[in-house]
Write a protein that binds this ligand. Structure first.
Ligand code: ZN
Length: 436
C-alpha cells in the first residue's frame, strides 16, 4: 500500500518536473544547414533541439557549457549538409510492385500480412531521409494501424498522413479489376467506390469516418489498373464538386489522381488541392492551377519505373502496357510546362510503384527535366509542408518547427545526387540513423 502511494507521489512529481523543464533532445553542430529552404544553406551553425522541436539556432559552434547545458548528446555534423527531413507527397507504403510476383498473391494474404510487410518499407523510407509521407491509397485496415504504430514508436517510420481507400467511381482506377464478377463482389473492396454526387459525398464522409487525413480521388483512368478504359475523366463534374465540398467542409484536402486533360481541368475547376501525375497538361490546366493556387505532384519516378518495366516484363497485362507506352512519355513535357509557368510543384514519387527507399531518385529526374537543385529542395520541404497543411510544424528548420532533421554527406545544391546519401536522420528529436 505504502509503495503504491510512493509511486503515485513520485509519478506526480516527475510529471510536474517534466512540465516545468523542457527536455533537451540534443545539440547539432552543422557545417551547412538549410534553415529556410528558399534561402540556401547557412554555414557553421548550432541547433538546439528541445521537446521534439527546434528551440534555438546560433551562429558558430557552441559548446554545451556555453549553452548552459550538461549531459545532452552533441551530434557532430560539421562535415555534413543538414536540412529539414524530406516529405514525399505521394507514396503507397502498404505495397511494393514486384513484376516477378504472382499477381494473384493478394488473394492469399490477410490485412495483417500487408501490415507486417510494410514495416521494412517504412524503415527504408525513413532511412532515406523522408521524415513525412502522404500515403495516397492503401487499404484503411492496414494503413491506419501502421500510422498509429509509428506514432506510438512501436515500429520505425516517417510521419504518415494517409487517405486510406481512394474515392473512385465503379470500375474506376481504384476499383478492383480483372476478376470474375462474383470474385470482385466477394472481396470487400467497396469503401470509397461511389456513383453520383450524393453517393460520392457519402463516400467522402465514409473514408473520413474510417480515418482519412486527406481525400484521394481518381478523377481519371489510371495506368496500372488492369482495364482498357483509357486515362480520361471518370468522375463527373457533379461528383467532383460534391467530393471537394464534402472534404473541405470536414477540413480535408483533396488529392486528385489525374492524367487526361479533361479530367485534370475538371478536377481543378471543382477545387481540388492537388493534381497527382498530371500527365497531359494544357494551357487551360496551367491557368486553372494558378487561379486555384493548386499544386502539381509530378511522380516522375513512377513514369520512369514503369517505362523501364514495360521493356522487360512480358507478363504486364496488355491493357496496362498500352497505357504505359502512351502516358509515361508525356510526363516530362507536363513537368516542364508547369515549371516554366511557376505552378506550385510538391515533391511526390508514387513509391510502391518504385522501390521504397529510392524516393530521392525523383529529385534527379526533376533536375533532369529543368528544375534547379535549390527548387527541388524547396519542393520536398516547404512546398510539400504547405500542401500537407502542416507548414506551421514541418518543411523548414526555423525555431518552433518539429525537429525532423537529416544530414547528407555532400551538398545537394551542387549535386542533387547527394539527396541519396543520407547519413543522419532525426524525427521529432529522436535519432533513427547515425553514420560516422
Ligand atoms: Zn499512386
Amino acid at each position: 500500500m505504502k509503495t503504491t502511494t510512493n509511486i503515485a507521489v513520485l509519478t506526480a512529481t516527475l510529471a510536474l518536473s517534466f512540465t516545468a523543464f523542457a527536455q533537451v533532445d540534443g545539440v547539432i553542430h552543422a557545417g551547412k544547414v538549410l534553415v529556410k529552404p528558399e534561402q540556401g544553406a547557412l554555414r557553421e551553425q548550432t541547433l538546439v533541439l528541445e521537446d521534439g522541436k527546434v528551440a534555438a539556432i546560433h551562429d558558430g559552434y557552441r559548446s554545451l557549457n556555453t549553452l548552459g547545458l550538461a549531459d545532452v548528446p552533441v551530434y557532430d555534423l560539421k562535415n555534413h549538409y543538414v536540412m529539414p527531413g524530406m516529405i514525399d507527397m505521394h507514396v503507397h507504403v502498404t505495397f511494393e510492385r514486384d513484376k516477378d510476383a504472382n499477381p494473384h498473391n493478394w488473394l492469399t494474404k490477410e490485412d495483417a500480412d500487408y501490415a507486417l510487410h510494410s514495416i521494412p518499407y517504412l524503415k527504408r523510407t525513413l532511412d532515406a531521409g523522408f521524415t513525412s509521407v502522404r500515403d495516397l491509397g492503401s487499404n484503411y485496415k492496414v494503413i491506419f494501424p501502421l500510422k498509429r504504430a509509428v506514432e506510438a514508436q512501436t515500429i520505425v517510420g516517417p510521419r504518415i498522413f494517409a487517405a486510406g481507400n481512394a474515392v473512385t467511381p465503379t470500375g474506376g482506377h481504384a476499383d478492383l479489376h480483372g476478376y470474375r464478377h462474383d470474385v470482385t463482389q466477394t472481396v470487400n473492396y467497396s469503401l470509397g467506390v461511389c456513383d453520383g454526387a450524393n453517393d460520392c459525398q457519402r463516400a467522402v464522409r465514409d473514408v473520413i469516418k474510417h480515418g482519412a487525413d486527406v481525400i484521394k480521388i481518381t478523377a481519371t483512368g489510371g495506368v496500372l489498373s488492369n482495364t482498357a478504359a483509357g486515362v480520361n475523366q471518370q468522375l463527373t463534374d457533379d461528383e467532383l464538386t460534391a467530393i471537394v465540398n464534402a472534404a473541405h467542409n470536414l477540413g480535408r484536402k483533396v488529392a486528385a489522381h489525374a492524367h487526361g486533360t479533361g479530367g485534370i481541368n475538371a478536377a481543378l475547376r471543382a477545387g481540388v488541392d492537388s493534381i497527382e501525375h498530371g500527365s497531359y497538361l494544357d494551357d487551360e490546366s496551367i491557368k486553372l492551377f494558378k487561379e486555384h493556387d493548386a499544386y502539381l505532384v509530378p511522380t516522375l519516378l513512377a513514369g520512369h519505373t514503369v517505362s523501364e518495366e514495360v521493356l522487360s516484363n512480358p507478363n504486364m497485362p496488355k491493357a496496362v502496357a498500352d497505357k504505359v507506352r502512351q502516358v509515361a512519355p508525356k510526363m516530362e513535357k507536363a513537368f516542364r510546362s508547369a515549371l516554366k509557368n511557376k505552378v506550385n510543384i510538391a515533391f511526390g514519387t508514387d513509391s510502391g510503384v518504385s522501390r521504397h527507399g529510392n524516393n530521392a531518385y525523383e529529385a534527379r529526374l526533376m533536375v533532369k527535366y529543368g528544375m534547379t537543385p535549390k527548387e527541388v529542395l524547396v519542393s520536398a520541404t516547404r512546398t510539400a509542408a504547405k500542401l500537407l497543411g502542416q507548414e506551421k510544424y514541418l518543411g523548414s528548420l526555423e525555431v518552433g518547427k518539429f525537429a525532423d532533421i537529416i544530414a547528407l554527406e555532400a551538398d545537394p545544391e551542387k549535386d542533387i545526387k547527394a539527396l541519396s546519401k543520407v547519413a543522419f536522420v532525426m524525427k521529432n528529436g529522436v535519432v533513427y540513423k547515425q553514420q560516422d
